[in-house]
Design a binder for this molecule. Structure first.
Ligand SMILES: Cc1cc2nc3c(=O)[nH]c(=O)nc-3n(C[C@H](O)[C@H](O)[C@H](O)COP(=O)(O)OP(=O)(O)OC[C@H]3O[C@@H](n4cnc5c(N)ncnc54)[C@H](O)[C@@H]3O)c2cc1C
Length: 475
C-alpha cells in the first residue's frame, strides 16, 4: 500500500528500507516478492533517488537527471529483479561522440569498435589492445592488487595521454574516477560498459520509476513518501527499527540506502560501533559531485542529429583534476530526441542536458550573489559550447536551468552532493555493516563499483540476499 503523508504507521515489519534509490527499491522489490513484509521510507516526494526527473512549464518540458547511459547488464538485472516490461524498455545508445583537441571520434562504445579506433586511429598494436582488454576481463574483485588506473595505462600504453583520454575520460565523467583510484574499479566498470556499449531507458526516468512503483505495490511493499527517517534504533547491539516523526517503527532488519557515512555516524550513531569501525567510516572519502545545465527547446523546434552522448572538451590533454575545475571547458551533452527517448509523450520536446564533474567546496564557499553569478556564467559557457555543434541553438531554447552540488545535496541528502557515493574504501565499511551491527544493512552508492544505475541496483540485490540469510537465522 501507499501510505498518505499524514498516515501513522502502527505495524511492525520484517524489513524497513530507508531511501528509494535504485539500490533501496531493488532490495524492497526482491524482499517483497519473496513474501517478507517491507516498509520503504523515502524523504523526497517521489521514488527514485538520483534516478529522477523534473517538469517545467506545465509539464511541457521534462528533464532526466541521471539517465545518460548505463551498461548492458541493466537488462538482465531488470529482468531478474523487476519485470520483463522494464527490461524490454532498455535500448542501446548508438552514437557516442568525443570531440576534443586530441581526437574526434564517433563510436557505439563497443569493445570491437574501440579496438578498431585504437588500432587504426591511434596506431596501437592490435596485440597490445587485445592484451589490455583481456587483462581487464580477468580483473577480479577479490584480487588484492594495489595497481592504480594511472599504472594500468602506463603498463599498456606508456606515455599515450590520448589513448588514456579515450579510455578513461568517459569513466571520469561518469563516476568521478581518477588516475589514482584502484585499477580494479576501472576494470569492472569499463569491462561492463565495453562488452556491448551504452544503454538507456526508452520512455524516460518518470516512466521507469512509475513502472517500478507499480511492481513494488504489486509485491506488497508498503511505501511512504515525504518520510525522512530521524534515527535507526539499536537495542542490545541489534537494529530494531527506525524513528520517523518521533514515532518508533519496529522491524527485524533495517536497510539504509542513504550515504554510508551518514548511515553510521548520524542515523545510527557512533556509540553503537567499535572505535576502529567508526574511524574507518570517518576516513572514507566522498566522490566528487556534478553540475548540470538543463536546456528545453521550443515546441516544434528541431535540431540536426549530433549524436546522443557527446563528450566535449577544449582542454589540450586528459587531466582528471581539470575536469573538476569550476571554470571547466569539458562537458558531456546528453541529447534526448523525443521520438527515441519519450515516444509515449505527444509533442514531446527536445531536451539537452550538459553535465560536468565538480567540487562541492568550490560552490559551497560562494556568497549567494557569487553563486547566482557563477550559475549564470556556467549556463552561458554551456550554450556557447553547444553552439559549436548547433549554431542557432540559442534561438531555439525555451527553458534553461542549472543545478550544482548544492542542488544535489538538497534533494538527495548526500553529504557534499556526492553523485557517486564514496571512493573504494566505502565498500568495505558498507559490506561489513551488518557483520558489525546485526540487523543493520547498507545498499547505497559506494566504492565506485556499487554505484551508477547498474551498480546500485545490483548492490540492492546483494544486500536483499544478505537480509534474507539474516531473517532465516531467526532474527
Ligand atoms: C547528475 C548525475 C548524473 C548521473 N548519471 C548517471 C548515468 O548516466 N548512469 C549511471 O549509471 N549513473 C548515473 N548517476 C549515478 C546514479 O544515478 C546513482 O549512482 C544511483 O542512482 C544511486 O542509487 P542509490 O541506490 O545509491 O540511491 P540514491 O539515488 O542515492 O538514493 C538514496 C535515497 O535515499 C533517500 N534518503 C536518504 N536519507 C534518508 C532518510 N534519512 N530518510 C528517508 N530517505 C532518505 C534519498 O532521498 C534518496 O532518494 C548519476 C548521478 C548524478 C547525480
Amino acid at each position: 500500500m501507499l501510505y498518505k503523508v499524514r498516515d501513522e504507521i502502527t505495524k511492525d515489519y520484517d524489513v524497513i528500507i530507508i531511501g528509494s534509490g535504485l539500490g533501496g527499491m531493488t532490495a524492497a522489490n526482491i524482499l517483497g516478492r519473496h513474501g517478507h513484509s517491507v516498509l520503504l521510507l523515502e524523504s523526497h516526494n517521489k521514488l527514485g533517488g538520483f534516478a529522477t526527473w523534473f517538469f517545467r512549464d506545465d509539464r511541457n518540458h521534462v528533464f532526466d537527471i541521471s539517465l545518460h547511459g548505463f551498461p548492458v547488464g541493466m537488462i538482465k538485472t531488470c529482468r531478474k529483479y523487476w519485470n520483463k516490461e522494464i527490461a524490454d524498455s532498455i535500448i542501446q545508445l548508438k552514437d557516442v561522440r568525443f570531440v576534443n583537441p586530441q581526437f574526434n571520434v564517433q563510436t557505439d562504445f563497443t569493445k570491437e569498435h574501440y579496438t578498431q579506433v585504437m588500432v587504426e586511429k591511434f596506431g596501437v598494436a592490435k596485440e597490445t589492445v587485445d592484451a589490455f582488454f583481456s587483462f581487464l576481463g580477468q580483473m577480479n574483485f577479490f584480487d588484492n592488487s594495489q595497481m592504480t588506473n594511472g599504472e594500468l595505462f602506463e603498463k599498456f600504453f606508456p606515455g599515450r595521454n590520448d589513448v588514456t583520454r579515450f579510455l578513461m575520460e568517459p569513466i571520469t565523467y561518469a563516476n568521478g574516477s581518477t588516475l589514482e583510484d584502484p585499477a580494479i574499479t576501472y576494470g569492472i566498470v569499463f569491462s561492463n560498459f565495453m562488452s556491448k556499449g551504452v544503454y538507456t531507458f526508452k520512455g524516460g526516468t518518470d516512466y521507469l520509476i512509475g513502472k517500478m512503483k507499480d511492481e513494488l505495490l504489486k509485491n506488497n511493499v508498503d511505501i511512504k513518501l515525504q518520510a525522512k527517517v530521524e534515527k535507526i534504533n539499536i537495542q542490545n547491539g541489534k537494529a530494531t527499527g527506525v524513528t520517523l516523526n518521533g514515532k518508533v517503527i519496529r522491524a527485524k532488519a533495517v536497510l539504509s540506502n542513504g550515504n554510508i557515512k551518514s548511515t553510521v555516524l548520524n542515523l545510527t550513531g557512533e556509540e553503537h560501533f567499535p572505535k576502529e569501525f567508526v574511524e574507518k567510516t570517518k576516513a572514507i572519502r566522498l566522490n566528487s559531485s556534478s553540475c548540470q545545465v538543463y536546456m528545453g527547446l521550443k515546441e516544434g523546434a528541431t535540431i540536426p542529429y549530433i549524436g546522443e552522448l557527446v563528450f566535449t572538451s577544449q582542454y589540450p590533454t586528459y587531466d582528471p583534476a581539470r575536469l573538476l575545475d569550476l571554470k571547466v571547458s569539458s562537458r558531456t551533452f546528453s541529447v534526448y530526441y523525443p521520438k527515441e527517448s519519450r515516444p509515449q509523450v505527444e509533442n514531446a520536446r527536445v531536451a539537452i542536458v550538459s553535465s560536468t564533474n565538480c567540487h562541492y567546496d568550490d560552490w559551497k564557499k560562494l556568497t549567494p550573489e557569487e553563486y547566482e553569478a557563477e550559475k549564470s556564467l556556467m549556463i552561458e559557457e554551456t550554450i556557447k559550447g553547444l553552439e559549436a555543434f548547433i549554431p542557432d541553438i540559442r534561438d531555439q531554447l525555451e527553458v534553461v536551468e542549472a543545478a550544482t552540488p548544492l542542488t544535489v545535496e538538497r534533494y538527495t541528502l548526500h553529504p557534499k552532493g556526492t553523485s557517486f557515493g564514496t571512493k573504494f574504501e566505502g565498500l568495505e565499511v558498507s559490506m561489513n555493516l551488518h557483520k558489525t551491527l546485526p540487523g543493520l544493512f547498507h545498499a547505497g552508492s559506494v566504492g565506485i563499483i556499487m554505484s551508477g544505475w547498474l551498480g546500485a541496483a545490483n548492490y540492492g540485490a546483494i544486500q536483499a540476499n544478505a537480509i534474507e540469510s539474516y531473517l532465516g537465522t531467526g532474527a
